[in-house]
Design a protein around this ligand. Structure first.
Ligand SMILES: [Zn+2]
Length: 156
């Protein structure tokens, strides 16, 4: 059996071209079975494997997997699937709880900022009042001075 490395023909990435040709007259790629019964067992297929004009050429490349080994492979695949699902759900849980903690921290920060803003607004009003009071006093002082100077000028 002669095999070469995979060329891109639109099939699985683990396919390898063989020396065999399918009924279409094309080089038959080696494909890997994904079914539970023959998981991992390689076979020769049609070059247009998934296409509508597939000639249905089929021949096993690997010998039959012994039942015990096949059961073990299926069991391992099931466990792998279950593990990846549970680790995904744990990851989701961690994501949610860390997001909640971040949200809580952000809310506390927001509350502090709101308090700071209210304090700054209060200060602004106080400064404005003080400014207007000063301006009022200045204007009063100027008016009084003007009147005094008028009196002083009009005396003689
Ligand atoms: Zn074919």
């Amino acid at each position: 059996m002669r095999t070469t490395t995979s060329k891109s023909s639109g099939l699985n990435p683990d396919e390898v071209e063989s020396g065999l040709t399918c009924y279409c007259g094309l080089r038959s790629p080696i494909l890997t079975a994904k079914t539970r019964k023959n998981a991992g067992r390689r076979f020769y297929g049609c070059a247009k494997f998934d296409g509508p004009s597939c000639c249905n050429f089929f021949m096993w490349a690997d010998p039959k997997i012994p039942d015990g080994a096949r059961d073990m492979i299926v069991d391992l695949l099931d466990r792998n699937q279950a593990l990846s699902e549970s680790s995904q759900s744990k990851r989701d849980e961690i994501d949610v709880s860390s997001l909640l903690a971040k949200m809580k921290a952000q809310k506390a920060k927001n509350r502090l900022l709101k308090e700071e803003l209210a304090r700054v607004k209060q200060e602004k009003i106080q400064y404005q009042l003080a400014f207007f009071l000063c301006m009022f006093c200045n204007i009063l002082w100027v008016i009084c001075n003007l009147k005094a100077s008028e009196k002083f000028l009009s005396l003689p």
